[in-house]
Design a protein. Sequence first.
Length: 180
Amino acid sequence: MAHFPIQEYDQVTDPKVKAVYEEILAELGFGIVPNLFKSMAISPDFLEASWKNFQATILQGSVPRTIKEMIGVAISQANGSQYALQVHLHGLSALGISEEVLQTLVSDFDNCPLPEREKAVISFGLVAATKPHKLTCASYQHLQDLGLDQEELFELIATANLFTALNQYTDTIALDIDNL
């Protein structure tokens, strides 16, 4: 059970929280406000800032959302963060990623039927999140050779940073997995 209350939409009285929930419902594409954000309703300013960060990092930019969610799967699996792992897998399913890709993404990444470029991007994001000191000039050059530009590289690092923080947050408060 989470260490902070989960505030459902119909329980919300704060106008800032209600506005953020409505944005999440309109933009996230899950048809729900995830428990991640509901647990933040106790602090409307933090909720709003967290949503804006998520929005800017995951829902916008040049790197496709599916790739960012796959980076989230890799990071969450590496960190043993079950809440985040399940939510990212659900998100990818909702975005149309096949069951085969989802299964091999977590069970046998080397044989996952993704293009080599996407696998390299996911691997870079995982290293950025878990072993950032292992990234070298060659790590960056490899992605540039695959066609990524500076903006996309920045997005990968921002994605790794966001999902690392969300893993810590959801694990620290023992967040319950949403009814997906």
